[in-house]
Design a protein around this ligand. Structure first.
Ligand code: SF4
Length: 285
């Protein structure tokens, strides 16, 4: 047998010919990895394990979706592994001992809200957890990783973590775009209870890096989670939720928008009329 290649998928150019091959699917629960996983099962492609990294901050509907897929995977006789960091998002946000660069926060625990240049959560809650697990797997096997990158996600293909030799991107190989992946999921009865109809990007509900429109939708459709954001905000050290706005400012803006829509007035953020009304509203805060 040529152990430099997997005999089932003919993929690989493995350095260590004495180790067996392990086919592992990286499953976030999102539309792309869901479509990839389900279609791989449908095609009878080799899968030894499905790995999901849980940040603890997914939407409740996402957790229900993951459980639904887990049942399908386990029924197919495939191992489903959930990985989680030792400590929670809330712990790192509010209690983890941190040396802040800003002297204003000296001695205050917690990283504060993640920002474009301080995306601590991706490393702490996802990448490091997965890296530790994959190190052990790679020691034991020649691992082939299946990652759900769609054919039209060209920018993501260039990222360093997506160019490893042992990665495969079945969606791209099939020519499936993000839209096709979502349609495939809908056609097979997976709808995330409407999350993809509400949000452009479905990730942690608490993410300050999501778009303004997604935050607007969070406030409107998930008032309990919106309220929870304020509870977390009260415990963390940084003043602003996003680079430009505190949660209080966002709340004021979204409330003003709703009032103006009801009155038939513009909510165009570039219109002077709206800008003046917002400035007046924020002054009162
Ligand atoms: S989605 Fe946002 S909050 Fe969640 S890990 Fe990524 S950057 Fe952090």
């Amino acid at each position: 047998m040529d152990n430099r290649k997997c005999k089932n998928c003919k993929y690989g150019d493995f350095q260590n010919e004495s180790k067996g091959v392990l086919h592992v699917v990286s499953f976030s629960g999102g539309k792309d990895s869901t479509a990839m996983l389900l279609h791989m099962l449908e095609l009878g492609m080799p899968i030894d394990e499905v790995v999901n990294v849980d940040t603890g901050m997914e939407f409740p509907a996402m957790y229900r979706h993951i459980e639904k897929v887990r049942a399908v995977v386990e029924t197919a006789g495939v191992k489903f592994t959930t990985l989680k960091a030792d400590k929670t998002f809330e712990y790192y946000l509010t209690r983890h001992p941190v040396k802040h660069r800003n002297p204003e926060f000296a001695g205050v625990p917690g990283y504060g809200w993640p920002g474009p240049r301080t995306r601590w959560c991706t490393g702490t809650l996802k990448t490091n957890v997965l890296r530790k697990y994959t190190r052990d797997l790679r020691n034991a096997y020649n691992v082939i990783w299946y990652v759900g990158l769609a054919a039209d996600e060209t920018a993501r293909f260039l990222r360093k973590n997506n160019t490893a030799d042992d990665q495969r991107h079945p969606l791209a190989e099939w020519g499936w775009t993000e839209a096709k992946a979502l349609k495939y999921c809908y056609d097979h009865g997976y709808d995330w209870e409407g999350l993809y109809k509400l949000f452009k990007r479905v990730s942690c509900w608490c993410c300050p890096l999501q778009s303004l429109q997604d935050l607007r939708q969070l406030r409107r459709h998930f008032p309990d989670l919106w309220a929870r954001l304020f509870e977390l905000d009260a415990q963390q050290c940084r003043q602003r939720f996003t680079a430009s706005d505190s949660l209080t400012q966002l709340e004021a803006r979204f409330a003003l928008e709703e009032e103006r829509i009801a009155q038939g007035l513009t909510i165009n953020a570039r219109a002077k009329e709206f800008k003046d009304a917002l400035a007046e509203r924020l002054q009162k805060k």
